[in-house]
Design a protein around this ligand. Structure first.
Ligand code: G4P
Length: 284
């Protein structure tokens, strides 16, 4: 299967972002902690040049904490502070306040020397679709004021939202696009549900996911679905597993035929919701 992405208003969105970047001190880049490589566009390094930087490894509640720790180290080696986050959890502003103060220490000290106290740090949230930008903004400001949904290229007048952390957030997040250097990036985005399933063949995507899980998270599927699993020399292990999942869930068609499509969709849904446990798809 060919994983593709239709970036739409990419150029327009970059231009808008370049304009907005002039106004800010800090770029808060949100990535998905399960796939920090595939869910970020490294162009942000160029776009955010000269700004303070913070990477949020979001949806960390769904990722393997040991792997997330490796990612934090990976970004630290590049000179970028990265922190794990669950944007759906309460108290985000409180956790972020000291982290942002640390990242922007230079500016705060510079201000202090000039006699300026508590000038808010102006920050912009950015990231590819579905990483949790709106959830993060809403959680940060403590009420549902930020708009959910993605509208790349839509320019509104910039508005600053005050937070309790001496930070002002630009109300519209900068929308980046994933970088498709190879098919793996597309596949990983599809695993976590960041590609439109309607343009994908669900059975094939689930087979790719099962192949990954059987290698990197062996036993999880068998445990969750109470299935016996397949032997290593099975000719079509993914198909055999999908059939077992269908039977164990009672997804049957006429004549006791397993409903493979339904089993595939269920497997994807269960993985995306973290029901097999906290699994990271990518390691640094
Ligand atoms: P975006 O602005 O970057 O496009 O992302 P958005 O905030 O719309 O979030 C995309 C989905 O990810 C939402 O789920 C949201 O609830 C979920 N999400 C965001 N942050 C986290 C997190 O830290 N952990 C977990 N587990 N989920 C997170 P949805 O199913 O599209 O919406 P809803 O059913 O939650 O309302």
């Amino acid at each position: 299967m060919n994983y593709q992405w239709y970036p739409g208003h990419m150029t327009k969105s970059v231009r808008a972002m370049q304009e907005q970047l002039k106004l800010i001190d800090l770029v808060i880049e949100i990535v998905d902690a399960r796939i920090p490589f595939s869910s970020r566009n490294p162009d942000i390094d160029k776009l955010g040049n000269g700004k303070f930087r913070l990477v949020i490894l979001n949806k960390a509640d769904l990722a393997d904490p040991n792997v997330t720790a490796l990612w934090k180290q990976h970004f630290a080696e590049k000179g970028i502070k990265a922190v794990e986050c669950n944007a759906k959890a309460p108290g985000l502003a409180k956790t972020m306040k000291p982290i942002i103060a640390e990242v922007c220490r230079e500016k705060i000290e510079r201000d202090k020397k000039r006699g300026i106290l508590n000038r808010p740090i102006r920050a912009m949230i950015c990231g590819i679709p579905n990483v949790g930008k709106s959830t993060y903004i809403n959680s940060f400001i403590g009420k549902a004021a930020a708009k959910t949904g993605n509208k790349p290229g839509v320019t509104r007048s910039n508005q600053w939202i005050r937070t309790g952390a001496n930070v002002e957030l630009l109300d519209t997040p900068g929308i980046l696009w994933p970088r498709f250097e190879d098919q793996t990036v597309g596949m990983h985005l599809a695993f976590i549900g960041s590609m439109n399933d309607q343009i994908l063949i669900v059975e094939e995507l689930a087979a790719d996911l099962i192949r990954f899980l059987e290698t990197d998270a062996a036993g999880k599927l068998e445990e969750y679905y109470h299935i016996e699993g397949v032997s290593a020399d099975s000719e079509h292990p993914e198909a055999a597993l999908l059939e077992q999942i269908a039977r164990s869930r009672g997804f049957l068609k006429k004549g006791d035929e397993p409903d493979i499509e339904k089993a595939a969709a269920q497997t994807l849904e269960d993985f995306r919701a973290g029901r097999f446990g906290r699994i990271s798809v990518e390691r640094p």
